[in-house]
Design a protein around this ligand. Structure first.
Ligand code: FAD
Ligand code: NAP
Length: 513
């Protein structure tokens, strides 16, 4: 079903582009050379992650020079969103997309407005994050000064299971999002101080790729990470890591796991790390039905069957995939406030055990696992900016839209969405790119149809003028970011790394003084 949807999305995108090209030629025929014309389409992009950049790229690429401008607002002084702060440090090739983003930023019609948040901080700021209130511009002000606003601000909290899972506030239990942000140098998570020295047993709840990133970082030999862009503070802490056994626990079965085989393979080939395989009894129904399995699931079973490169006997650290366990609590030993075990309901699949969509229900049994450090990796949560509550779909975890266009709601005109806030917090960068291209195509169609554009507005200049004295913070331009980037690379080269990130805003901004 998902495949069909993706395919249809792609086809729609192709048709939209083809018809855009046709109208673009019409536009050129009617208006002649555009280079000296006044800007007709002023676009604000909120968020500088992959979605923001791919949307900006497509808009600038598909409009004649000077017709469209893109101003990109980013709450942090540094760009790239999860490409910088999510993608694991041992996946440097994934960060190559930043080269494309750098090219986009070179356009004379692109302006980066860093260290500037749109809307205010959501009310529920998790307690483990540092108090952080960047300088902000109301969304309503942007609406006065732009023809179109692309909301591409991602997902910046955790799916909250505190009403169904007890003990999430115990010492030693962390959100995977916070842990990932911590080792990647995100300023909001530098106080996390994850206690990986408490004991050998780790539990990671969730069967997505973030869970596998967390497991891999816990299990990888620290020397293999030293040359990556993981922060020095993370290296120092992880050098003392005592974890020897990681259980990666999912509430459903192997055919329903959302992690991908490439990431499973990476775990299987870690130096000195062995997979404790699922029990043969558990595996046999899948192996017997292997002709019915889809290719990726079949491949996953082959991987699980073949096991890790290092045998269990030779390995010094181990991991396992544990299925059909739904978390109910993290618990401490008597008299302690630190986690000692994790408790789960044992689940049963309700229906076809080979289908991706099959749900589970409790069997009435439960299981306890030893746990000195626990991570909840059950997905990210989006939120609406103030004023967008009426178009927010809490269940679907996104802002309501049709192909990237916000169609209903107060002040919907000129509002568009891209990336994780558009379709919910799932999907790799390639999927984010395709959906951003779709959004850009819709914006350009609306522009061609005269639905947006040509408004008497002046983008960032107008916003600045209206802010007046309230604009009392350092706005980070693209050339400022390049100075920060250069300083990080210089810090890195002194210690044999690609870069050493600044992990707080003050240090980032100090480079610019
Ligand atoms: P984001 O990347 O989150 O960007 C949102 C941006 O908006 C951020 O810069 C944020 O600071 C900014 N922002 C937020 N609020 C505001 C505001 N109010 N005003 C201004 N700015 C704001 N995909 C892969 O292909 N390969 C991988 O290896 C991979 N690893 C991943 C690892 C992790 C831990 C995670 C969570 C995801 C990973 N992904 C990976 C998926 C990929 O990161 C996403 O597909 C992509 O980043 C989504 O892009 P986005 O622009 O929608 O959101
Ligand atoms: P995800 O893929 O959606 O996985 C979330 C996991 O949490 C699922 O196993 C889900 O199980 C489980 N979960 C959700 N609610 C739960 C609950 N109430 N109780 C128990 N378990 C629950 O999300 P993610 O791992 O955060 O990844 C987000 C996106 O980033 C994904 O698209 C991922 O591919 C991408 N990413 C990619 C890479 C990479 O390419 N290397 C790395 C990291 C992230 P159910 O399926 O049963 O709901």
């Amino acid at each position: 079903m998902k495949k069909i949807w993706q395919c249809r999305g792609h086809l729609n995108n192709m048709f939209a582009l083809r018809s855009y090209k046709f109208r673009h030629r019409e536009y050129q025929r009617l208006h002649g050379t555009m280079s000296n014309q006044r800007v007709k389409l002023r676009v604000a992009v909120v968020g500088s992650g992959p979605a923001g950049f791919y949307t900006a790229y497509r808009i600038l690429e598909r409009t004649p020079s000077g017709i469209a401008t893109v101003d990109m607002y980013e709450k942090l002084p540094v760009p790239y969103g999860l490409a910088r702060f999510g993608v694991a440090p041992d996946h440097p090739e994934v960060k190559n997309c930043e080269e494309k983003f750098e090219e986009v930023a070179q356009s004379p019609y692109f302006t980066f407005i860093g260290n500037t948040m749109v809307g205010a901080q959501p009310l529920a700021v998790p307690s483990h994050t540092r108090s952080f209130q960047p300088n902000h511009v109301p969304l309503s002000l942007l609406q006065q000064h732009y023809d179109a606003i692309v909301l591409s601000y991602g997902a910046d909290s955790d799916k909250d299971l505190s009403s169904s899972v007890k003990g999430l506030d115990l010492a030693g239990v962390y959100s995977a999002r916070a842990f990932v942000g911590w080792y990647n140098g995100h300023p909001e998570f530098q106080d996390l101080d994850p206690d990986v020295m408490a004991g050998e047993q780790a539990v990671v709840v969730g069967h997505g790729n973030v869970a596998l990133d967390v497991a891999r970082i816990l299990l990888t030999d620290i020397d293999a990470l030293r040359k990556t862009d993981i922060t020095e503070a993370a290296i120092a802490k992880l050098s003392e890591n005592k974890v020897k056994r990681v259980r990666i626990v999912g509430r459903r079965g192997p055919a329903q796991a959302s992690f991908t085989n490439k990431e499973v393979r990476e775990l299987m080939t870690l130096n000195g790390v062995g997979l404790i395989p699922p029990e043969a009894e558990f595996m046999s129904p899948f192996l017997e039905n292997s002709p019915k399995l889809g290719r990726p699931t079949k491949r996953l079973f082959q991987l699980l069957q073949r096991g890790s490169t290092t045998s269990v006997a030779d390995a010094t650290k181990h991991f396992s995939f544990d299925f059909l366990l739904s978390p109910t609590s993290f618990e401490a030993s008597e008299g302690s406030s630190r986690v000692a075990r994790a408790k789960f309901d044992v689940m049963r699949l309700q229906g076809d055990f080979l289908s991706k969509d099959t749900r589970v229900k409790p069997t009435g049994e439960f299981k306890e696992l030893p746990c000195n450090v626990g991570f909840m990796s059950v997905g990210y949560k989006t939120h609406p900016l103030a004023g967008l509550e009426d178009i927010y779909n809490d269940g679907a975890n996104h802002l309501n839209n049709e192909g990237g266009k916000v169609c209903a709601g107060i002040n919907a005109k000129g509002l568009y969405v891209a990336g994780w806030i558009k379709r919910g917090p799932a999907g790799v960068i390639a999927e984010t790119m395709y959906d951003s291209f779709e959004t850009a195509s819709v914006i350009l169609s609306d522009f061609e149809d005269g639905e947006i554009g040509g408004k008497s507005c002046d983008g960032w200049d107008g916003v600045k003028a209206d802010l007046g004295d309230k604009l009392d913070w350092k706005v980070v331009s693209w050339s400022d970011w390049q100075k920060i980037d250069k300083a990080e690379k210089e810090r890195g080269s002194k210690i044999g790394k690609e870069r050493e990130k600044f992990t707080n805003q003050n240090d980032m901004l100090a480079v610019l003084v």
